[in-house]
Design a protein around this ligand. Structure first.
Ligand code: FES
Length: 111
């Protein structure tokens, strides 16, 4: 296998279907989907541009949208921090995203 280098330090998986079902629910005025609001919160914390693909410059925590995870909560979105795959989160509408980012992908020194 050929290794592919990325500049990501953390990966957060977000259920795309949960996010779509809420039709917003996060960020200013609760008008953004969780992936979009999460990327904005990560960008604020990292002080850079958010990446969608590996090897671009910018924030180093990646938000990856994935298909339904078969939990399907009401008024919440299922999120999996890739660093702790044994502890999924059900993120309710209107959650504090800065706290969520620090919970899902704690800031690293020198990152
Ligand atoms: S719709 Fe998100 S877990 Fe099923």
């Amino acid at each position: 296998m050929k290794p592919i280098r990325s500049d990501w330090t953390d990966v957060v998986l977000v259920c795309r279907k949960c996010a779509k079902k809420l039709d917003g629910g996060f960020g200013p005025g609760e008008e953004q989907t969780l992936p979009k609001a999460l990327r904005a919160a990560i960008s604020r914390r990292e002080g850079g541009k958010v990446m969608k693909k590996p090897r671009r410059k910018g924030a180093r925590v990646a938000v990856i949208e994935v298909p339904c995870l078969d939990i399907c909560p009401k008024n919440a979105v299922i999120v999996i921090p890739a660093g702790t795959p044994g502890s999924w989160r059900s993120v309710p509408r209107g959650a504090d995203l800065d706290a969520l980012v620090n919970d899902l992908a704690p800031a690293r020194e020198g990152a």
